[in-house]
Design a protein around this ligand. Structure first.
Ligand code: ADP
Ligand code: MG
Length: 392
């Protein structure tokens, strides 16, 4: 970790603009009740540190999409409850209310400004808007890992005008995932699943340079199986990625990486929760059936492999985990990882959701909070919101 953190700077008496990820889900009917406050809870350590060290804390975030024009007011209310202190809410972002409330802050106090995406300039990374936003404060802290892969005004633009450091959430994300990618305890294994090869090409290619073992699961399995000449029945397959799958298999062989495909597969007649299903060898899927989960033999094999590795990164469910009947493979892999003593890291939105759903998130070394951002990080892409922060 070569980026400065909040502990590397003096914040006392300073106005500190903190970019949080308060993009929390709201109830559909009224859009005023927060249905899951984990992102707010996750931001508390950074906020509390700054308050305890005498900063004047100005929080900002986006919520929803630009077109939604959603207010952050419910978040201010929830923050006040969690922090047990007043959290004044400015009804604008760079307008008179935000400026007045920011100037009225005393050391150790906190406030929240309105949704930065009420301005279309936010996602355009408009320099004038970024400058106005920056003018609210003297220091900038980024703690929104989930949007760090986007160069927006509040994630990247502001860093041109203020000293910029990371908060605890980003520090943890890049500390743990960065170590795994740069200097992992070996043997190092990646487990990759999800629906498509095409959405994971970057991840596979980057991890192939680093891992000792690569386990494949999920929908992308069948493109690999077809590349090897197996029968995949009606399973999802990306015809235009078969050559790529072949070259990845070849590359793994040349590099001496153990690339493992499921030996057996749960196949379903229909893509439905209550479909008829059975277990068949992965390369012998009959026509009229489609692969929806890894089979019991594969579960055993993958669980044993998990036991013998020291670092494990997992991205992409092993099957259609949204249907209970086809979540067994995903849950079993989650369980094996939870029971292992290895460094265990989960990246990707659906994978994190699967681990949460299985109630095993607490048992992992790290469940990344950023879906797209964690994927890009695993692809080895430099995230603009992190690159822009000051080096140590
Ligand atoms: P992540 O968000 O963790 O990166 P992905 O978005 O790549 O993961 O993949 C998750 C999706 O993959 C899930 O919706 C799951 O239903 C789907 N999936 C997994 N296995 C299969 C399969 N065999 N056939 C079709 N879809 C699958
Ligand atoms: Mg996904």
């Amino acid at each position: 970790m070569n980026k400065k953190t909040i502990e590397d700077i003096d914040v006392k008496g300073k106005k500190v603009l903190v970019r949080c990820d308060f993009n929390v889900p709201l109830d559909i009917e009224t859009k005023t009740k927060i249905t899951d406050d984990r992102r707010i809870v996750g931001a508390l350590p950074t906020i509390k540190y700054l308050m305890e060290h005498g900063a004047k804390v100005i929080l900002c975030s986006h919520i929803g999409k630009t077109k939604d024009k959603q207010t952050l007011a419910p978040v201010a209310k929830r923050l006040a409850e969690l922090l047990n202190c007043p959290v004044p809410f400015a009804g604008d972002v760079i307008g008179p209310d935000a400026k007045a409330k920011a100037n009225a802050l005393k050391d150790g106090e906190v406030m929240l400004i309105e949704n930065v995406r009420l301005h279309t300039e936010e996602e355009k990374n408009d320099p004038e808007f970024a400058k106005e936003l920056a003018s609210l404060a003297e220091i900038y802290v980024n703690d929104a890992f989930g949007t760090a892969h986007r160069a927006h005004a509040s994630t990247e633009g502001v860093t041109k005008y203020l000293p910029a450091v990371c908060g605890y959430l980003i520090q943890k994300e890049i500390g743990i995932m960065g170590k795994a990618l740069e200097n992992p305890d070996r043997p190092f294994m990646a487990i990759l699943g999800g629906s498509k090869v095409s959405s994971k090409i970057g991840v596979i290619e980057n991890l192939m340079e680093k891992v000792d073992t690569l386990l494949i699961g999920g929908g992308m399995t069948y493109t690999f199986v077809k590349a090897m000449g197996g029968n995949i029945g009606d399973s999802i397959c990306e015809e235009d990625k078969i050559d790529l799958a072949k070259s990845l298999l070849e590359k793994a062989k040349n590099k001496g990486i153990k690339l493992v495909l499921p030996v057996d597969t749960v196949v379903a007649k229909e893509f439905k929760a209550d479909s008829e299903w059975k277990v068949v060898p992965t390369n012998e899927i009959p026509d009229g059936w489609q692969g929806v989960d890894i089979g019991p033999e594969t579960v055993k094999m993958y669980s044993d492999l998990i036991k013998s590795h020291k670092t494990i990164i997992w991205n992409g469910p092993m099957g259609v985990f949204e249907f209970e009947a086809f979540a067994k493979g995903t849950n079993a892999v989650a369980k094996a990882m939870a029971e292992s003593d290895a460094v265990t890291i989960i990246g990707g939105g659906d994978s994190a959701a699967a681990v949460e759903q299985a109630g095993l998130a607490e048992k992992m070394t790290h469940v990344s909070t950023g879906g797209g951002a964690s994927l890009e990080f695993m692809e080895g892409i430099v995230l603009p919101g992190i690159a822009a922060l000051n080096d140590k």
